[in-house]
Design a protein around this ligand. Structure first.
Ligand SMILES: [Zn+2]
Length: 438
């Protein structure tokens, strides 16, 4: 007997061959996918399970992986608008400093992670000031999270010194290295906010624990000229010459790159997170993802925080990732829907070092999957579920989410915690948030 059988599903597996199986059944036990077969095989239909769910008129696909977020920044959505990154950050940091404590960070993290979860995201890479609170929020929601100790050389939130950040980063690995739902790393903010020495010290901690290394890189032209002025070379060359580019390096943005820098990223097998909404809204630019694909770079997708892109929407992110290169190159074939769907699923799993466990629906993998409702005006007819997912699906189409075989979203509602309490906490906090910039 299985724990759960999903029947009559239109299965978009997101496996390496982009297999789609119409009218499929999927059996799950102990949080893992045990069998996938088409109904025409008629084997599973007679088997018993503790629970059977009819997924007629749903696309069933792996949960999305949002590879760059600052979930707790959802507290500040809409507070600082229509400025360039550099001017915007100065205000963001003032507001964060006035408002953020571990407690408010927890509240904000639930707010941001819940928006991710309801839109079908099951794993998030989150960079923030109090990573333990983000982990607690993810645990309470039943989600997977990759995060870790932040590094920042200026007076940051909580007035911590570099030594404090080192201790916290080390402790984070000790606390979470063997946790199945937490993928630990270090999170140095950027080359313009962390010195080369401190970037390397963060790397040493990550290396000692075989952890990830997540950093903002080459986001704006101003950042590029700042780094060239300080260190005599561009951001990616600077990271490379300090020994920071490798398979564990996950670079958020990479908007402004020359061909040699793209090749450096590809040669070192570093990962790039494309955040088109945030890059467009801050006027940072458009990342040349088609060129990075040509060079063989592994590209993933992120929303960035709701304070910059105003929306934690991986469906909008996919649509932009698939459409912007077409408009830029005047070539509608330059980046296709299958490639973009992999950016949001299997490539994310690869970036997290979990390609064998997450990112696609395959026998033996962890049962993180979502239902996309096709009983919608914009989903009839559907000739190709993959192009439907990338070009037509919106986050409100996600009806159900399962993580490790456990249902955490049912019919559009979170089952794991009472989100209304969190909304009330945020409402109470909002006068202080507005006052923080006065
Ligand atoms: Zn960011």
């Amino acid at each position: 007997m299985y724990d759960l059988i999903i029947e009559n599903a239109n299965l978009v597996t997101c496996d390496k061959n982009h297999n789609v199986i119409w009218n499929a059944s999927m059996a799950i036990t102990d949080g893992k996918i045990q069998i996938i077969e088409s109904n025409s095989e008629k084997k599973l239909l007679d088997l018993t399970a503790s629970q059977k769910i009819d997924a007629r008129n749903k696309i069933v696909m792996p949960g999305l992986i949002n590879m760059h977020c600052h979930a707790a920044d959802s507290l500040f959505r809409g507070l600082v608008e229509e400025l360039s990154l550099e001017a915007w950050l100065q205000k963001v940091w003032i507001a964060e400093k006035a408002i953020l404590t571990p407690k408010t960070t927890y509240t904000g993290s639930v707010l941001g992670l819940a928006e991710n979860l309801l839109s079908g995201v099951t794993s998030v890479m989150d960079m923030f000031w109090y990573p333990n609170e983000a982990v607690k929020a993810a645990n309470d929601l039943g989600m997977r999270i990759s995060t870790g100790g932040i590094f920042f050389d200026y007076p940051g939130i909580g007035n911590r010194s570099h030594e404090d950040f080192l201790k916290e980063a080390e402790k984070f690995f000790e606390d979470y290295n063997s946790n199945e739902s937490v993928f630990p790393g270090v999170m140095p903010h950027g080359t313009y906010t962390v010195s080369p020495e401190h970037l390397k010290e963060a790397k040493k901690i990550a290396e000692r624990h075989n952890g990830l290394y997540h950093i903002h890189a080459a986001e704006t032209l101003a950042e590029q000229s700042d780094i060239k002025e300080r260190y005599g070379q561009s951001v990616i060359r600077h990271l490379h010459s300090n020994g920071l580019l490798d398979q564990k390096a996950i670079l958020a943005h990479c908007v402004h790159l020359d061909d040699a820098e793209i090749q450096l990223i590809a040669d070192n097998e570093s990962i790039v997170v494309h955040n088109p909404m945030s890059n467009l809204k801050l006027g940072s630019g458009i990342a040349p993802i088609h060129k990075m694909f040509e060079a063989g770079v592994t590209l993933t997708l992120g929303t960035d925080g709701a304070i910059s892109g105003n929306d934690l929407d991986m469906w909008l992110t996919m649509r932009l990732a698939a459409s912007l290169p077409k408009g830029n190159t005047l070539d509608p074939k330059v980046v296709n829907a299958k490639t973009v769907l992999h950016m949001a699923t299997l490539n994310g799993a690869k970036a997290l070092g979990k390609e064998d466990k997450l990112g696609s629906l395959e026998v033996g993998k962890i049962a993180d999957f979502i239902f996309v409702d096709m009983d919608k005006i914009h989903a009839v007819p559907v000739f190709d579920p993959i192009t439907h997912l990338v070009y037509s699906t919106c986050k409100s189409d996600i009806s159900d989410v399962f993580i490790g075989g456990q249902q955490v979203v049912s019919d559009g509602g979170i089952t794991t915690l009472n989100i209304k309490d969190i909304l009330e906490d945020v409402r109470k906090l909002s006068p202080q948030i507005v006052a923080s910039l006065r």
